[in-house]
Structure formats: C-alpha cells, structure tokens
Design a protein around this ligand. Structure first.
Ligand SMILES: NC(=O)c1ccc[n+]([C@@H]2O[C@H](COP(=O)([O-])OP(=O)(O)OC[C@H]3O[C@@H](n4cnc5c(N)ncnc54)[C@H](OP(=O)(O)O)[C@@H]3O)[C@@H](O)[C@H]2O)c1
Length: 271
C-alpha cells in the first residue's frame, strides 16, 4: 500500500515520531520513505539520530518529495503550515491530519484544490502501540484513502472509522480520557496506601486492574454493567464500595469531564 511512496511528517514532535516508529515497527514503510520536518534544527538532529530518516526545516520541500502528508503540528500552527505548502500539494497527495479541533473542511478550504484530506484523533497510548485512533474522511477522500490511514494507525493501536461530526467528542473522550484515567489510577494507589499496601504494590495492583477491566470489556464484548454485576456479590464488600462511588457522584463527574473537554476541543484551533 505504501510501496515506493514517500511520507512527509510535518511537525514530527511526540505524535509524529510515534507514527513513524509505529509504521517502521509494523513493517509498512521503511526509513528511506520518510521525510520529517520540525520548527527547530535541534529536533531534526534528534530525529535523524534516533530514527535515521531524512529531515528538513522546509515543509514545502517535504511535501514536494512525498505522496502522503501526515500533518502533526499543533492545531494553532496548522493554518500557517498549510499556507506554506498549498502550492506544493497536488490532488495526487493525501493529507492525514492528527490536529485536534481542526476540521477537514478548514484544511480543504485553505488548499483550494480537491486534495484528499482525512482527520484523525489518536491518543498518547499510541506511544506504546496501545492507542485508540478515530478516523474521519474529508470530502475528497476515497475508501482507499481511509484504508491507508487505517493501516498507519493500526500500527499503533486500534482504529475506528467515524463521521467527522463526532471528532470533538472523540477528543473529549479517548484523547483527553487517558489523563482522567491516570487520576483514577493515582487515586486507587492512594487508596491502597491508605489501607496499608506498600506504594509500589498498590501501583501495580491498580494499573494492572484497570488494564484487566478494560480488556474484559473489549475482549468479552459484554456490557460493563454485566461485568460489574459479576464482581458484586450480594452483601459482599464491592457493593459497599459502589455505594460510596454513587454517593460521591463519580459517574456524573466523569460525564461532565468529557462534556467539558468536548466543548473545549471545538475551540483549540483558535488558540
Ligand atoms: N499528544 C497527544 O495526546 C495528541 C493526541 C491526539 C492528537 N494530537 C495532536 O497532535 C499534534 C501534535 O501534538 P504533539 O503532542 O506531537 O506536539 P509536539 O510534540 O509539540 O509536536 C509538534 C511539532 O511541530 C513542530 N512544529 C512547530 N511549528 C512548525 C512548523 N511551522 N513547521 C514544521 N513543524 C513545526 C515542532 O517542532 P520543534 O520540536 O522543533 O519545536 C514539534 O516537533 C497536535 O495537533 C495535537 O492536537 C496530540
């Protein structure tokens, strides 16, 4: 699918690097296919040393040398970078953006030509290939372009194809979500310490427990409520804990957190 195609990574920061590493490790592209850009030469030196790929400070040069363009700059920088490369982009390119908040329509309007664009939303677990990425095709993207994007993000976790109208919600749920879950894990660790566990043991118990519970949902396909009922023995200890969670409003708090993050996700493009 990517044979002989060169791939420009515009803004190869944390996420751009994770995408390159994911594609290299999955064997879907080789080092010589990549050309990465950044704002500073220091970053390019790091990328060259770590990944052994071609780099340049010129976004235009990277686009001219490539077929596939991964747009990995911050949302506020997207417009500036697109204006730099709009003359170099042709209808034979494919642009895949990971920028939160930036719609395909926003990108398509700047490009003027009918360049295929896809908007994606990965999350930080992509850094260890356990990510979740939603992919939404823009106006000119074909099923083949969607398959290309899916192949890239399958290399760093799971993927889901969604209508673009859901992308801010995805940002609020699965992109911001890891931060919410870290707070939950941190709280479990404090709880473990409170009931007398050594901190290191509490950390392992909490993190593996969250991983196991998530895997149960994904691998059994059961509704989480049913899985919860299996743990909750009548008159046992779990139901006492659930009473405390409901009393503390955990569900409503988590729902509100995702709703707030979703609202904010709509605004990021404006800074
Ligand atoms: N991190 C996440 O959890 C996550 C999740 C989903 C989506 N995203 C999206 O991913 C994008 C990147 O996030 P990140 O965490 O990877 O940020 P990051 O590490 O700050 O990477 C951004 C990169 O853009 C480069 N850059 C800045 N201006 C540039 C320009 N004019 N031309 C070329 N490169 C330029 C920077 O170069 P220097 O290093 O030289 O300054 C930096 O390497 C954002 O749009 C974000 O919304 C992030």
């Amino acid at each position: 699918m990517f044979d002989n195609k060169r791939i420009a990574v515009l803004g190869a920061g944390k996420l751009g690097e994770a995408l390159i590493t994911g594609m290299l490790d999955a064997g879907i592209a080789s080092k010589k296919q990549f050309i990465a850009t950044a704002a500073h030469q220091e970053r390019l030196e790091i990328l060259k040393k770590k990944l052994g790929i071609e780099t340049t400070l010129s976004n235009s040069e990277a686009v001219r040398k490539s077929h596939l363009v991964l747009l990995c700059v911050k949302p506020q920088t997207v417009e500036d970078v697109l204006r730099q490369v709009s003359d170099d982009l042709t209808v034979d390119h494919v642009v895949i953006s990971v920028a939160a908040s930036v719609t395909s329509q926003f990108i398509e309007n700047i490009l003027t030509k009918p360049v295929p664009v896809l908007r994606t939303m990965p999350n930080t677990p992509c850094f260890i290939k356990k990510g979740m990425t939603a992919i939404a095709p823009g106006k000119h993207a074909t099923p083949e372009h969607v398959a290309q994007a899916q192949k890239i993000f399958d290399g760093i976790g799971r993927t889901l194809i969604l209508d673009e109208k859901h992308m801010d919600a995805v940002t609020g749920l699965s992109a911001s979500g890891p931060a919410f879950v870290y707070i939950i894990i941190e709280s479990f660790i404090e709880a473990g310490v409170k009931v007398g566990l050594p901190r290191e043991a509490a950390t392992q118990l909490a993190a593996q427990m969250v991983l196991g519970a998530s895997s149960m949902v994904l691998e059994t396909g059961e509704h989480p409520a049913k899985l919860k009922d299996i743990v909750t023995t009548p008159a046992g200890c779990t139901i006492d804990g659930i009473l405390e969670l409901e009393d503390g409003g955990l569900r409503v708090t988590l729902i509100k957190a995702v709703v707030r993050a979703t609202h904010r996700a709509k605004e990021l493009v404006n800074g």
